[in-house]
Structures are given as C-alpha cells and as structure tokens.
Design a protein around this ligand. Structure first.
Ligand code: AMP
Length: 397
C-alpha cells in the first residue's frame, strides 16, 4: 500500500473541509439503534473543528437511487450526531445548489454542517463530473473518512479526490493500518477464518487468502460444500453442490501455496433450521439424509483453538455456524472468546470484519477485545480479496 495523504500535511484553519463520512446507520422506530459508525468518525470531525476548519459532512443513507425519499433523509440522524459531538450541527436540505451553499457560506471556523444524502442525486453513483464540480464548489479540501464506502467509485468517495486536495481522515488511516498489519505486513503464522453461508460469495477471498496465510479455516455453511466435494454426505445442509470442482481447486491451490486448510472434523446437526430445535453432535460419517449441519462440533473447536494458540495474526470473516439461532452460536462464541483472550494477553493480533461477523462478535461479547473490528462490509471483503479500492487509491501519494 502506497502512503496516503493525511491530515498531518494540511493546515485546515479557515478552510471549508468537505468530509466524507459513513453515516449509513441502522435505525429502529426512527432512532439510531447502533451509533458505532458515528463513534468511528468523531475523532476526525473533532480534530478538524478544533483546528478551525469549517466541517461539511457528506454522506449517503440507504439506497434512494437518485430519488428524494423522506425515509432516507439524513436529517433523522442529526439528533444522534449532535449528541455524540456535543455540538450543534447545521443541516442543509441538499448536498449541492443553493441549500448547500447558503449553509456552508454561513459557517464560522470550527462549525459543522451536515449536507443531505448524496444519493438523492443519481449522478453521485455515476461519479458524474458535473456533479463532482457542484459538490466541490463548497470545499477547499476533501477529506475521506469513509473506508466502508471506498470500494465504490462515486462522486463523494472518489470523484472529489481528483478535483480538490485530498486527504485520508483518521478513521480511514486506522482502518488501513489495521488491514496492513493483517495481510500485507503481518506477524506470522497467520490464520484466516472464513465462515458464513456460501462459498460463491467468497471465492475471490479464499483464493487471495490461500497465498497469504499459513492456516485457512473454512467454516459455516460454506464448509459443507468443501466436505461434500470430498465425499462427505452432508444430508440436507446448505451446500452448493455445483461448486465441488471449485472447492477442490481451492484445496489444490492451498497445497501448492503451503497453506493448511482446516475443515470441520465433527459437526452439530439438527432436523430444523430453528433456535433450540433438538440437535446432536456427530462425526462426519454419521450425518443422516434428513439432518443439516448448523455448527461445528467440540473436536473442531478444540482443533482451531490449538492452532490459534500458535498463531500471531488472525483475520476473521464469517461465523462458524448459524449463530443467530442458539445453541448453534457455540462454535463462533467459544472461538471468538478464545481469540479475544489471546489478544488481551498480547499473544495474538486479531482483525475481524464484515456485517455478520461484527454482530456475531458483539453477541459473543468480545468485539471490543479484538485488536481491530472493521464495520465495513463490502470494502473490508474487497480489500481482503486483494483488490484496489478506488476511494483509497485516490488518496495515495
Ligand atoms: P455471510 O453473510 O456469508 O458471512 O453468512 C452469514 C450467515 O451464514 C449467517 O446468517 C449464518 O446463519 C449463516 N450460516 C453459518 N453457518 C451456517 C450453516 N451451517 N448452515 C446455514 N447457514 C449458516
């Protein structure tokens, strides 16, 4: 990763700073139900404000696809933003045109404005040059603190970086530093855990990890496809039978790259995909036709745990089982707790990310104990796949 332009290089006093943040927050009954994303960008907003910059927040919310939809208005997150910032935030009804310029022109040094959802304009996702120019009229510099949106080349995530002096915000910097330590410059041995539902969504991820890690644990529903490809009867488990050749190919590539693949050696099976449904532990040769695998068994947990204890770096995406349905959260929970403990003891650097992974770790009560938990879903995965993220590339020196 080339070096990024950061806030250490710029004097923001008196400048209009267009700051791209991720405020795409989960809502329940009109209120923010999880403010993690606000917490992540607070340091950058506060630093810019304290240094006398006029902070102009740009963000998207939901998927209005170029339409002005009340349900996707950023106005609804204003109270939560002000509560966390302990400061008034002025709201502009549009991110371009007179509503935006009137608010921006009235800002004094250190004050903060939030502009309406950039995706109310279809030109945002098209990265339209004229729209980029309209956005740029309200800024002297551009700061991008939204790693989670950096895999999209949109006007406010990539376009602006080409027309204004552009810098990475503190949260973007921290995220990239953590990722660098995970795969580009890690302490070895490195173990990756890839779980979740389907192999088809994580093929590029597996291919990249095979070349970068010493151990690759394949878990969750996707492990069934690998087991089946090796001749195991997985009953009525979630399984992508058509991907058997692909699974065998991944196993072959791992062998060539000296990466040890770890698949479950025992499993928890049930007849229904339901919480608290009767279940039992069995070996791989005892799965009946009317049963489905919903979690890894105790021997598999012990096996992964023993490897974890010998590793220095962990990269984790995706749960070990159907963690939303107890007791099938056991594998994810116990291994997450073990990784957290090793991290606290200073023996392991643990990096996890992706939507379901964050909820699984939070459910296990360990999200705070990992070295770094990325709240970025798609961007985190694309980075692990070894892709260039346009929003990051535009900030490189
Ligand atoms: P992903 O979004 O690909 O990380 O997948 C997460 C989802 O995979 C969660 O909703 C889990 O319930 C699901 N999952 C994990 N293991 C299994 C399994 N053995 N059978 C069915 N679903 C699973």
């Amino acid at each position: 990763m080339a070096h990024l332009h950061t806030l250490d290089e710029v004097d923001v006093k008196g400048k209009r700073v267009l700051l791209r943040v991720d405020l795409n927050l989960p809502m329940e009954n009109g209120r923010v139900s999880d403010a993690t994303r606000i917490e992540r960008v607070l340091p950058t907003i506060q630093e810019l404000s304290e240094k006398g910059g006029k902070v102009i927040l740009l963000a998207h919310f939901g998927r209005p696809k170029g339409h002005r939809l009340e349900q996707d208005s950023l106005r609804q997150i204003l109270p939560a933003l002000e509560q966390y910032l302990k400061q008034t935030v002025v709201f502009a009804d549009d991110c371009v045109g007179r509503p935006a310029s009137m608010v921006v022109d009235a800002l004094k040094d250190g004050e903060i404005a939030l502009l309406e959802n950039t995706r109310f304009h279809k030109e945002e996702e098209q990265n339209d040059a004229a729209f980029v120019a309209e956005l740029a009229k309200n800024g002297d510099i551009f700061v991008n603190d939204a790693f989670s949106a950096a895999h999209r080349a949109h006007a406010s995530t990539e376009g602006l970086a080409h027309v204004l002096p552009a810098f990475a915000g503190r949260s973007m910097q921290a995220e990239l530093e953590a990722l660098k330590q995970a795969l580009l410059n890690p302490q070895r041995p490195v173990i990756a855990i890839v779980g979740g539902a389907k192999v088809s969504t994580k093929l590029d991820l597996l291919a990249n990890l095979v070349g970068k890690t010493q151990y690759l644990v394949i878990a969750g529903g996707m492990a069934n496809t690998f087991l089946s490809a090796q001749g195991v009867n997985v009953g009525k488990s979630l399984c992508e039978y058509d991907l058997a050749p692909t699974a065998r190919d991944v196993l072959e590539k791992a062998k060539e790259a000296n990466c040890q693949i770890i698949l479950p050696i025992d499993v928890v099976v049930a007849k229904k995909f339901e919480a608290h449904t009767p279940c039992n532990v069995c070996s791989l040769d005892k799965i009946s036709d009317d049963e489905m695998v919903l979690d890894v068994g105790p021997k598999s947990i012990a096996q992964v745990d023993a490897i974890l204890r010998n590793c220095k770096t962990l990269v984790w995406n995706g749960p070990f089982g159907a963690f939303e349905l107890p007791p099938f959260d056991q594998g994810t929970r116990l291994l997450a707790q073990s990784a957290a403990q090793l991290t606290i003891e200073g023996k392991l650097r643990s990096i996890a990310g992706g939507g379901d992974t964050v909820s699984a770790l939070s459910q296990a009560g360990v999200a705070e104990k990992f070295s770094y938990v990325s709240t970025a879903g798609g961007a985190f995965l694309e980075w692990l796949e070894g892709r260039t993220l346009p929003g990051v590339a535009a900030l490189e020196k």
